[in-house]
Design a protein around this ligand. Structure first.
Ligand SMILES: [Zn+2]
Ligand SMILES: [Zn+2]
Length: 252
């Protein structure tokens, strides 16, 4: 790992940029591949109606998302080279604690950014594109206005500029971020129904959680947990009862 870190430090940009572009493209393909497999595996447990045939603009927006994510990664590389972003290389208990800290802090920060994106000042030109797809599929995770993508990415860069997390903690967090994001757009619920009755576990956001946000824009703004929605009163009232189903109030 030391050699990977030192090669990133000195790698010329003409190699670093295509390599990071490729990395982001691979992440997108893995997320869609995994998501489509889970959606097929749990096809009997739909939480939203089946997505319509794929449109050209969906694919193009997803490709633009890879470019935007790469821009954020390259900015992150520069901030690291300029020592504005620093990270630790330990792999013990503190590194695992970083995962928890990053998940909770980013969940809170993104909760507020997401609520702001729903404000009438921003919604129509910034966030509506994502909600044009009320019957999500794994690809929908990547259907974001480039400016919105940059805003979420910048939030991440600000957090890791202020908090010296471990390389391991950041890597695991980033993997979980894609995992949760994909899960929210599966259109099916892979978690068992009893999930919603187990203390602590029930506050982890499954597929039904974000599916409800696509069906009711006034609720469920969190990403990884229900904690902030619960705290700020935006959790959909019938969320726990409706896990793993398409509720009656959803027009199919
Ligand atoms: Zn939204
Ligand atoms: Zn969504």
């Amino acid at each position: 790992m030391e050699s990977l870190i030192s090669s990133l430090q000195t790698m010329p940009l003409w190699i670093a940029i295509p390599a990071l572009l490729l990395e982001n493209a691979i992440v997108l393909l893995l997320a869609i591949g995994w998501g489509e497999w889970v959606a097929w595996r749990y096809r009997d447990r739909r939480v939203s109606a089946i997505a319509p045939p794929l449109q050209r603009n969906e694919v193009l927006t997803a490709v633009s998302s890879v470019v935007t994510c790469t821009i954020i990664t390259v900015i992150g590389l520069f901030l690291w080279r300029w020592q504005i972003i620093r990270f630790r290389t330990d792999v013990g208990l503190w590194a695992w604690l970083d995962v928890l800290v990053l998940l909770l802090v980013m969940d809170l920060a993104m909760y507020f950014l997401h609520r702001l994106a729903h404000h009438p000042l921003f919604y129509s030109w910034l966030h509506r594109l994502h909600h044009d797809f009320d019957r999500p599929r794994p690809l929908t995770l990547f259907i974001l206005n480039p400016l919105e993508n940059l805003a979420f990415g910048s939030l991440w860069l600000v957090v890791i500029s202020l908090y010296n997390a471990s390389w391991m903690g950041m890597s695991i967090y980033l993997m979980l971020n894609v995992l949760f994001g994909t899960m929210g757009h599966l259109g099916v619920e892979p978690f068992p129904i009893w999930w919603g009755r187990v203390p602590v576990l029930r506050y982890i956001g499954g597929s039904s959680f974000h599916a409800r946000h696509h069906q009711d824009l006034a609720c469920n703004f969190g990403f990884y947990t229900l904690v902030w929605d619960k705290l700020f009163g935006t959790l959909r009232k019938d969320y726990f009862e409706s896990i793993g189903t398409v509720p009656d109030w959803v027009s199919k």
